[in-house]
Design a binder for this molecule. Structure first.
Ligand code: HEM
Ligand code: HEM
Length: 224
């Protein structure tokens, strides 16, 4: 890559969203099976829902490479890119490439389906089928996450560029002037503050009266 300079590609809200989503998803996945971790599970699951909600909004008004418009590719372009990836000669994109975009829309959709079905269960909607759906969506998302990570590793090798590091620092090598001008630290700070406040407050605020626990014990005392 001759004549390239370091340019800012990923704004701060996009990077923060990414790593918070990865952590919340993995945490929710790991705690799904056990009653003991249910409150943490639900907190992280709602976080996934809220984070994706934020991303949908940021995809409309965010900086250049965060906008959905910048990574909406038609099927023939996506197909051509996937073939070129397999042939080890993929074209270089400064923002998301068509294969990455495919995984991203899949991850956002499955994240909404998984967290949405969890929330529906929380409101006691649906029956056993919803629990089944929740589990299948969660496992489907895990498979897509693994494919996503494999794609990131392959893309990094093919382009000799550390894509994961770029998702941390925001910078990539590109033509002068092709980067974004602002990191939108203010929006990032707001996002971090909302998530931190939610994590601090929700687990205690949401603690339900435990069945057979304190509430019933108190009633028992009155009966005596
Ligand atoms: C564990 C769950 C993960 C989820 C749910 C996830 C999800 C996503 C999503 C939604 C995006 C789009 C970012 C945006 O524009 O908003 C993305 C991009 C990206 N993710 Fe992940 N990710 C995960 C883990 C990882 C890990 C572990 C790595 C590092 C190896 C990684 C590296 C990247 C990179 C480099 C991009 C940008 C891809 C590109 O250059 O086009 N992700 N990921
Ligand atoms: C993307 C976020 C989420 C992921 C990855 C996830 C993943 C999982 C997994 C893997 C299980 C275990 C299924 C099983 O083995 O039976 C599970 C169960 C459960 N999840 Fe989630 N979940 C998420 C969000 C949520 C949310 C937002 C809620 C509620 C607000 C929720 C409530 C539950 C409940 C109540 C169960 C137990 C269902 C049963 O008894 O089978 N989850 N989840």
């Amino acid at each position: 890559m001759a004549n390239t300079v370091k340019v800012l590609v990923w704004d701060i809200p996009t990077r923060l969203f990414h790593w918070l989503l990865a952590a919340a998803f993995l945490g929710a996945w790991l705690t799904g099976d056990s009653e003991r971790w249910r409150l943490i599970h639900v907190t992280l699951g709602y976080s996934v829902f809220g984070l994706i909600g934020f991303r949908l909004f940021w995809g409309l008004i965010g900086s250049r490479y965060a906008r959905f418009r910048s990574f909406l590719f038609n099927p023939s372009e996506t197909w051509a890119y996937l073939k070129s990836m397999l042939a080890n000669r993929p074209a270089h994109y400064l923002g998301h490439n068509p294969a990455g975009a495919l995984a991203i829309f899949g991850l956002l959709g499955l994240g909404l389906a998984t967290a949405g079905s969890g929330i529906a269960m929380d409101y006691e909607l649906g029956g056993e089928w919803l629990e089944e759906f929740h589990e299948i969506a969660a496992n489907g998302m895990l498979v897509l996450v693994l494919a996503h990570i494999a794609g990131v590793v392959l893309g990094s090798l093919q382009h000799r560029e550390n894509l994961a590091r770029a998702m941390v620092t925001g910078y990539k090598q590109g033509e002068a002037g092709s980067g974004i001008r602002r990191g939108h630290a203010g929006v990032g700070l707001l996002l971090a503050a909302v998530v931190a406040a939610y994590w601090a407050v929700y687990p205690s605020a949401a603690t339900p009266p435990v069945e057979g626990g304190q509430t019933e014990a108190l009633q028992g005392e009155h009966d005596d």
